[in-house]
Design a protein around this ligand. Structure first.
Ligand code: ZN
Ligand code: ZN
Length: 178
């Protein structure tokens, strides 16, 4: 008989390997579920705003049901091991940040991973209230056909260029480095 995979094993299966980064996301997801009293989000009840696109985000997707496809996983490219979670039902929210000093010099990756998996929550993370409110629910947009490539594109990603409706791939960039 096949034994049921543990939560950690399911994270490894999805991510492809076990690593300290995955362990961070695993512990952050468990902490969020406990603080927000929500197990898994079949729809958009739980929202995660991640401030990195590292290994840990994969564990968060597996355990919390926050995913890019459902629109309840939002990525901010800030390079921090920080995750904010919002429970739309009840309005509870929490920001979870990895404390500095977890990755010490001279400590092997295996030892770090073991420590992350076993350490008390407060030793790993700092908890606070996110300053912001939960982002709006995912919207469904009307599609517009790009006048250049002919591909259907969500309305809010269309630009006007010399009077023509163009997708972001076809529209010439004019950012001038800003
Ligand atoms: Zn990894
Ligand atoms: Zn186009």
């Amino acid at each position: 008989m096949c034994k049921r995979a543990t939560a950690w094993e399911r994270c490894i299966e999805f991510h492809g390997h076990s690593c300290p980064g995955l362990a961070i996301g695993y512990r952050a997801a468990l902490a969020a579920q406990q603080h927000l009293q929500l197990a898994f989000s079949p729809d958009e009840e739980l929202v995660c705003v991640t401030e990195n696109d590292a290994c840990g985000v994969d564990a968060i997707q597996v355990l919390t049901g926050c995913s890019i496809g459902k629109g309840n996983l939002l990525y901010r490219d800030l390079g921090k091991q920080a995750f904010s979670f919002f429970n739309r039902a009840g309005g509870k929210r929490i920001r979870i940040v990895l404390k500095p000093g977890v990755f010490k010099e001279g400590v092997s990756r295996d030892e770090v991973q073991k420590m992350i998996l076993e350490a008390p929550e407060d030793q790993l993370f700092a908890f606070s209230q996110p300053a912001e409110l939960p982002p709006e629910r995912a919207r469904i947009f009307t599609s517009v056909v790009c006048a250049q490539c002919g591909e259907s594109t969500a309305e809010h990603k269309i630009r006007l260029h010399e009077g023509k409706k163009l997708c972001l791939t076809c529209c010439p960039d004019y950012s001038r480095g800003w």
